[in-house]
Design a protein around this ligand. Structure first.
Ligand SMILES: Nc1ncnc2c1ncn2[C@@H]1O[C@H](COP(=O)(O)OP(=O)(O)OP(=O)(O)O)[C@@H](O)[C@H]1O
Ligand SMILES: [Mg+2]
Length: 333
C-alpha cells in the first residue's frame, strides 16, 4: 500500500474579519481560503501560486495552526490535526513550521539574531542552555551563516542574511514540513539563486518537505514538482509543473502564464482574463473567475466548479476545460 501523504488538506475553509464594529455596520467576512484540498508527499516541494490577496499566506497560516480553520480537515501523517483549540492545534502540528513572507518583520528588531533563534528553542521547551547553544551553532552553519551573526541585530543584516536567519529560526526546531511564504521576494537575482540552492540542499540533507508559496512563476518552475494555482481562495488547477507550463488548462492559469512572457516558449496563449479581481467580500457565484473570463457562459454561474481529474494529469476546476482544450472544429464548407 502506498505511504500516507505527509500532509492532507481537505475542503479547508478560513473566514477572516466579519467583525461587528461598535455602532457601525457589520463587515462581511472574507473567505480567504474557500474549500481547498490537496496533498503533499514527504520530500516533495508543492508550489502554491496566485496573485496578491488570493489567500496564499492565509492558507499557510491555517495549515500551521496560528489561524483557525472555519471548516475542513487537515491530516499530518494520516492523523487529524484540525478542529482543535489554537494551543492544542500548534502542539499537534509542531512538525510544521512557517517562514514568514516578510523576513524583517518576523524578527524582533531589539533582539540579536542569536537571541531570536534561542527564543524559539525556549518556547519549544529546550531547557538546557548548552543544548540550545549547540543547536544554534549547528543550524547557523547549516544555513551558511558565520557564527558571528548571532550577535548582530536585524538592521545589521542584509536581505539574504535575514532570510537565512528566519530560516535558521524555524529549522532549529527540527520540523518535517516547512511552509515557505514568498522565500525570495525582495532579493536580487544572485541572492535569490543562492537562497534557492540552499533551500534545495536543506531539503535533501535534513529530509524536509516544502509548501512553496510564491507569485513568481519562474522560481516555482525551478523549484516545484507540482503546482497549485489559486484564485480568490480556491485552487483552480493542480498538476505536475511540467504539465502546467506545457499545457495550462484553466483560463486563469493561461492568463498567469501569458502575463509572464518568455516562460512558455512554444505555448501560444491568447488573452483569457480581463479586468481586476472582484473584492474578496463579494466573490461571484459559481466560478469566481467568470466575471473576468472571456470564455464564461451561463453554466459558469451555476455552481462552484469542482477540481476534475484530467487525462493529461492533474486536475482543473473549470466546467468548460474540455471544450477549451479541444482544437477548433473546421469551419463548415
Ligand atoms: N485580518 C483580516 N481580516 C479581513 N481580511 C483579511 C485579513 N487578513 C487578510 N485578509 C484578506 O484575506 C485575503 C487573503 O489574504 P492573504 O494575505 O492570505 O493573501 P496572499 O495571497 O498571501 O497575498 P500576497 O501575495 O499579497 O501576500 C485578502 O483579500 C486580504 O485582504
Ligand atoms: Mg501573502
Amino acid at each position: 500500500m502506498p505511504e500516507a501523504p505527509l500532509l492532507e488538506v481537505e475542503a479547508l475553509r478560513t473566514l477572516l474579519g466579519g467583525e461587528r464594529p461598535f455602532l457601525r455596520a457589520p463587515r462581511p467576512p472574507v473567505r480567504a481560503v474557500d474549500g481547498v484540498s490537496f496533498t503533499v508527499r514527504g520530500g516533495e516541494i508543492l508550489g502554491v501560486v496566485g496573485e496578491s490577496g488570493c489567500g496564499k499566506s492565509t492558507l499557510g497560516r491555517t495549515i500551521l495552526g496560528i489561524q483557525r480553520e472555519s471548516a475542513g480537515v487537515i491530516r499530518l501523517d494520516g492523523r487529524v490535526v484540525s478542529g482543535l483549540a489554537p494551543r492544542t492545534a500548534r502542539q499537534a502540528r509542531r512538525d510544521i513550521q512557517y517562514v514568514h513572507q516578510d523576513a524583517g518583520a518576523a524578527l524582533d528588531p531589539w533582539w540579536s539574531a542569536g537571541r531570536s533563534i534561542e527564543e524559539a528553542l525556549v518556547v519549544s521547551g529546550v531547557a538546557s542552555g548548552s543544548e540550545r547553544a549547540a543547536r544554534i551553532d549547528r543550524v547557523l552553519t547549516a544555513v551558511g551563516l558565520d557564527l558571528g551573526v548571532k550577535h548582530r541585530y536585524p538592521h545589521e543584516l542584509s536581505g539574504g542574511q535575514l532570510r537565512r536567519v528566519t530560516l535558521a529560526r524555524v529549522l532549529v526546531l527540527a520540523p518535517r514540513l516547512v511552509i515557505l511564504d514568498e522565500p525570495t521576494s525582495g532579493l536580487d537575482l544572485s541572492v535569490q539563486a543562492t537562497v534557492l540552492r540552499l533551500l534545495r540542499d536543506l531539503l535533501r540533507d535534513l529530509g524536509l518537505t516544502y509548501v512553496f508559496i510564491s507569485h513568481d512563476l519562474s522560481v516555482v518552475r525551478q523549484m516545484c514538482a507540482r503546482v497549485a494555482i489559486m484564485y480568490l481562495g480556491r485552487i483552480v488547477e493542480l498538476a505536475d509543473t511540467a504539465r502546467i507550463f506545457a499545457a495550462p488548462a484553466h483560463p486563469y492559469t493561461r492568463a498567469l502564464l501569458a502575463a509572464a512572457p518568455g516562460l512558455t516558449p512554444g505555448v501560444k496563449l491568447a488573452t483569457t482574463v480581463a479586468g481586476e479581481p472582484p473584492t474578496p467580500t463579494a466573490v461571484p457565484s459559481g466560478c469566481a473567475l467568470r466575471t473576468r473570463c472571456v470564455h464564461a457562459r451561463e453554466i459558469c454561474a451555476a455552481a462552484v466548479p469542482a477540481l476534475e481529474s484530467m487525462e493529461a494529469g492533474g486536475a482543473v476546476a473549470c466546467v468548460r476545460w474540455r471544450e477549451l482544450a479541444a482544437p477548433a472544429a473546421p469551419a463548415p464548407r
